[in-house]
Ligand binder design. Structure first.
Ligand code: NDP
Length: 269
């Protein structure tokens, strides 16, 4: 049976095995998918062992996405732009790297009837997740894209990857006089119970707030947005399932339906 893995450190929390087995059941594909904790000094060797063992594909999560990028023989356009890889496709001894986070995010937004085209979009954060979503967002031609980050240089580095696009780079303080249609939280602040120092004035009832983080309860960012008057709040569970669906498609050539899987995971939280 074809074997797949998700690797990271930590990895215990990963829902990817559950998601991929639900996709396999839904699309009548025969495969096995496990999670594996990888030591920091063992990532490259672990992938090499997978290759020798005829593993067909690997999902890569924090903190290895940049190292995965470096060991690919071939890269998709999104992975090359992102400088980070979350999906390895292993075929005939060669490793192809892709980044499906952005497609997962964009599809989830579209599934929530949130359009990107012609909209003013603000991304909070400039880590691996932010890097992965910029190219697919730009493909939808927003009227403005702003990246705000605590460490300004990381946001500037992302903007520099797109020399032909006007991406604005701001500090959180500079957001006080900014007006946008959609805010995407791509920071990990909430995971650590920290709040983001963003001015509440940026949130109005018509702004849509999306948090890549998700949980049983409203996330800290979405709680803040709700208290500041935001009426449309979306968490990142749909993105998680959407990026997995795109990986599944790259491996198996079949695109699974995400809605039932999102509903099942939500019910299990
Ligand atoms: P990284 O560690 O690469 O980046 C973290 C980002 O958060 C950086 O921009 C960092 O700023 C910022 N940050 C962290 N703490 C604070 C704080 N207290 N105040 C302000 N900024 C802060 O993480 P990732 O990019 O890989 O992941 C980010 C989030 O996205 C995580 O919560 C992750 O779980 C989620 N995610 C969700 C996915 C999904 O499918 N739903 C997919 C991928 C990620 P600085 O640069 O200054 O350090």
């Amino acid at each position: 049976m074809d074997q797949y893995f998700v690797v990271g450190n930590p990895i215990k929390q990963s829902k990817s095995p559950v998601i991929h087995h639900l996709f396999a059941e839904q699309t009548k594909q025969s495969l096995n998918y496990d999670k594996k904790l990888i030591d920091d000094d063992d990532f490259e060797q672990a992938i090499s062992r997978f290759k020798k063992a005829n593993v067909k594909g690997v999902n890569v999560t924090a903190p290895f996405k940049e190292r995965a990028f470096n060991l690919c023989d071939e890269l998709s356009e999104f992975a090359a732009k992102a400088g980070a890889v979350n999906t390895l496709i292993i075929e005939e001894g060669k490793i192809k790297g892709d980044n499906t986070d952005g497609v997962g995010l964009v599809n989830d937004l579209l599934n929530h009837q949130v359009s990107l085209s012609g909209q003013r979009i603000l991304i909070l954060g400039a880590g691996g997740a932010a890097k992965g979503v910029v190219a697919p967002i730009l493909d939808h031609q927003p009227s403005q894209l702003i990246i705000a980050n605590r460490t300004l240089k990381r946001a500037q580095d992302i903007a520099n990857q797109y020399p032909n696009k006007a991406i604005d780079v701001l500090t959180f303080d500079e957001l006080a006089n900014v007006s946008v249609d959609l805010i995407i939280n791509a920071t990990s602040a909430g995971l650590n119970g920290q709040s983001l120092p963003i001015p509440p004035s940026i949130i109005t009832p018509s702004v849509i707030c999306y948090d890549m983080t998700y949980g049983k309860e409203l996330t800290p960012f979405l709680t803040f947005a709700s208290q500041a008057g935001c009426e449309k709040l979306i968490d990142g569970l749909g993105m998680l399932v959407g990026q997995a669906a795109q990986s599944f498609y790259l491996w198996r050539g079949v695109m699974p339906q995400v809605k039932d899987v999102i509903d099942k995971l939500r019910a299990q939280m």
